[in-house]
Write a new protein. Structure first.
Ligand SMILES: [Zn+2]
Length: 220
């Protein structure tokens, strides 16, 4: 097993999840997210998509590994517990995957259905006692985000998510759960849907935060 400690020990910006040095932060976040603005209150992450962790992450995402999934979920739960926001989260909501992407992943792997964000959100719920609810749906169409630039990713996911039929989030404090945040385009779009539905606060929890260089190299 590759060494994962260094990538998990790196400091990150709670505003956007990017790896930063502590002196780069102020109460709003790092220089990048102060400039960009964001539709979510803060990000929790387990590690940077970096070094040995990237190898471990790909095994978790594309092959599936029960113990590894549990390890990552526990560490993410700890991030939430240790924050000042634990009592402020009402529900964990996975980023939905469209059926075409799920099918392709199944064919590539062991043949078992595997959707990392769903599995992660369920485990996170178990370890934090915060309820799990799949409140978002993904509309058919669009392609995988892998290999797209930030602008193309934003365009690719625009209008692709909606609140599941009969669900309401007005006044609720929601934490979106996903396996990886690369440019942040997907979680931004999900957060916008939830804010439009009058969620009072939106948080994001991801296993790994990649740099934009990973997107440009078609790694994730
Ligand atoms: Zn930031």
């Amino acid at each position: 097993m590759a060494a994962v400690g260094p990538a998990m020990a790196l400091d990150y910006c709670p505003g956007c999840g990017r790896t930063v040095a502590p002196f780069e932060l102020n109460e709003v976040g790092c220089g990048v997210c102060r400039e960009e603005g964001r539709p979510f209150a803060r990000v929790f992450r387990t590690a940077a998509y970096h070094g040995g962790f990237a190898e471990v992450f790909r095994r978790y995402k594309y092959v599936g590994h029960e113990n590894l999934e549990l390890f990552l979920a526990r560490n993410l739960a700890r991030e939430i517990f240790q924050s000042e926001c634990y009592d402020d989260i009402d529900v964990l909501v996975p980023v939905p995957t469209c059926w075409q992407h799920r099918l392709r992943r199944n064919l590539q792997s062991s043949g078992q259905a595997f959707h990392p964000a769903e599995g992660l959100a369920r485990l996170l719920s178990k370890h934090t006692s915060i309820p799990y609810a799949p409140l978002l749906n993904r509309i058919r169409g669009g392609r995988s985000q892998v290999g797209l630039s930030f602008t193309a990713r934003l365009e690719n996911v625009r209008g692709k998510f909606r609140l599941a039929r009969g669900c309401q989030v007005a006044g609720g404090r929601v934490c979106i759960v996903d396996d990886i945040m690369t440019t942040g385009a997907t979680v931004r779009e999900c957060a916008k849907v939830l804010r439009r539905a009058r969620a009072s606060a939106v948080y994001v929890a991801v296993v790994a935060r990649a740099g934009e260089d990973a997107a440009s190299l078609n790694l994730v």
